[in-house]
Design a protein around this ligand. Structure first.
Ligand SMILES: C[S@@+](CC[C@H](N)C(=O)[O-])C[C@H]1O[C@@H](n2cnc3c(N)ncnc32)[C@H](O)[C@@H]1O
Length: 250
């Protein structure tokens, strides 16, 4: 197996079985959904980079309409299916194992795109370009993106991001990008940093303890990287984080 594949496999193993594979919060998601303008009856929904389905399940429950849940990890999609069955929501979840940057769906066929913590994988700009054509007239996208909370970012954070996420922008930079990419921004909402800890990093810490020293060198490297990420975030959570952008296709 190639180095990169081993790395992805280790990342999936570390995040497997968790409710969320990235920062987010169910109550916050419900708040965001309340801000979405009225949807047509039985809206056509897609959760892109759905992981084990934290967002897809909330959307299915709220709209009682089919959610296309896309991820390239079969393991996460199977976990989503199991969770959907447990909640009696399986008829509303269609899992699709593919690349979120290469969706061959007919243009104009989705009413609501939802994507948490995943767009950066194809760059935020790339996600806006790839997903805009999928939306029906007046369709809505909700995308969370990691960004700087102001233009006054310390040198150490900028240095860290050179490695961690070189494409990172400020919130206002992302608003400008969205507004010049065939969308109009309807809402900008920061995910509280508490949600990172309560729903993502704490469960990850437990998983890391459970793995202990048992994993191979690749998983141990992924664990160290994750621990560094957590400790850097602890010191700088006022400088950067996830922002949820609600936008309408125009
Ligand atoms: C940070 S996780 C977020 C998962 C989920 N949305 C959540 O909030 O719990 C990012 C997800 O995107 C998936 N992913 C990353 N790049 C992808 C790609 N190019 N195509 C499909 N899925 C991708 C990963 O497998 C992972 O499940």
């Amino acid at each position: 197996m190639e180095e990169h594949d081993k790395y992805v496999e280790a990342l999936i193993r570390l995040h497997s079985g968790l409710d969320r594979q990235g920062p987010g919060d169910n109550d916050f998601s419900k708040f965001i959904i309340k801000q979405i303008p009225e949807m047509p009856p039985s809206p056509r929904i897609a959760d892109l980079g759905c992981g084990a389905g934290a967002g897809a399940l909330i959307l299915a429950e709220k709209f009682l309409s089919k959610v296309k849940a896309v991820d390239f990890s079969r393991e996460f999609l199977d976990q989503l299916l199991a969770r959907a069955r447990q909640r009696g929501l399986e008829e509303f979840i269609e899992v699709i194992e593919c690349d979120i940057g290469n969706l061959s769906w007919r243009p104009g066929t989705i009413d609501l795109i939802w994507s948490e913590g995943a767009a950066y994988n194809i760059t935020f700009k790339g996600a806006l370009e790839a997903w805009r054509p999928l939306l029906a007239v007046g369709g809505i996208a909700v995308i969370s993106e990691m960004d700087y909370f102001s233009a006054e970012v310390s040198k150490s954070v900028r240095q860290y991001m050179k490695n961690a996420y070189p494409e990172i922008r400020t919130e206002s930079g992302n608003v400008d990008l969205i507004n010049s990419s065939g969308f109009k921004v309807l809402g900008v909402h920061r995910l509280p940093s508490k949600a990172w800890w309560d729903n993502y990093y704490e469960p990850l810490r437990k998983k890391i303890s459970a793995i202990g020293k048992s994993g191979d060198s690749v998983i141990q490297a992924v664990i160290s990287e994750t621990q560094e990420e957590m400790s850097f975030f602890k010191g700088h959570e006022k400088d950067y984080g996830y922002t949820y952008y609600i936008m309408r296709a125009v």
